[in-house]
Design a protein around this ligand. Structure first.
Ligand code: C2E
Ligand code: CA
Ligand code: CA
Ligand code: CA
Length: 243
């Protein structure tokens, strides 16, 4: 698989799929998350969990991340909605990604605030000062910083504070659990987010009961199978055109 993965970006096999995000007050489509798919000529569509760890290991995650971010920037230009892209902490370990993104942002004709970078890791990232400085640089350009999988693993309010996050993505395990403990956990995150003026996106919303719950708890946006699974670019374009 490692051999096949080398050069996959150059061969155009890494394709962006999109999952729409909705404003929970207006129920309008306001954004989308880019989710990478590897379209292998023989194996078909490979899901990211099956190749991202390997891509990190063999050092091509930078290439994949830049490719997906380019698709994200193009999508913002075409659709004029908010777009989020997943960034592996491995990509942030060197300054290359941030420098590259800063240069790309300089060429844009639209505000960088449409772009949000989702930090997708359980590992405690906040102890890495250069990483915080890099994220600050992006934020100063207007790029949003989301803490992905909030409430799962290491992702905490302390980390959100340290990284100067602009968004919390409530992990789908929290969205799907109506126990008093989890409800209190979401309420606490929302209260923090309100104070600090962060966006709260509930992930993995699958049922209307879950939707009503996260909405009542004060989450500002929702994303999940209830509205749509991730879809290819053309289908996303159709969804936007008919929204
Ligand atoms: P994630 O960032 O937490 O993305 C959400 C995952 O949950 C996606 O899986 C999505 O398809 C799935 N999902 C969305 N709505 C629902 C729902 O209502 N119910 C359930 N059960 N699942 C839902 P996917 O696309 O397989 O991506 C898996 C992970 O791979 C992502 O988790 C993200 O961490 C990583 N990933 C995806 N694209 C990229 C990328 O371009 N770069 C990097 N570094 N990682 C990526
Ligand atoms: Ca994500
Ligand atoms: Ca997530
Ligand atoms: Ca994840």
């Amino acid at each position: 698989m490692s051999d096949a993965l080398q050069g996959a970006v150059d061969r155009g096999e890494m394709v962006p799929w999109f999952q729409p995000q909705y404003d929970l007050r207006t129920y309008r489509l306001v954004g989308a998350e880019v989710l990478c798919r590897w379209d292998h000529p023989e194996w078909g569509l490979v899901r990211p969990n099956d190749f991202i760890p390997l891509a990190e290991e063999i050092g091509i995650i930078d290439e994949i991340g830049q490719c997906m971010t380019e698709y994200a920037l193009t999508a913002i230009g075409e659709w004029n909605i908010d777009i989020s892209v997943n960034v592996s902490p491995v990509q942030l370990e060197s300054g290359d990604f941030t420098s590259w993104l800063e240069q790309s942002l300089a060429r844009l004709r639209y505000p960088a605030k449409r772009l949000t970078v989702e930090i997708t890791e359980g590992r405690d990232l906040g102890d890495v000062p250069p990483l915080v400085a890099r994220l600050d640089r992006l934020r100063n350009h207007g790029v949003g910083i989301a803490i992905d999988d909030f409430g799962a693993g290491h992702a905490s309010l302390a980390q959100a504070r340290r990284l100067h996050a602009t968004e919390l993505k409530i992990d789908r395990h929290l969205t799907g659990d109506d126990s008093p403990e989890t409800t209190a956990q979401i309420a606490k995150a929302v209260a923090f987010a309100r104070d600090a003026e962060l966006r709260t996106v509930a992930e993995g919303v699958e049922t209307t009961a879950q939707l009503h719950r996260v909405r009542q708890l004060g989450c500002t946006r929702g994303q999940g199978y209830l509205w749509s699974r991730p879809v290819p670019r053309d289908e996303m374009a159709r969804m936007i055109a008919t929204a």
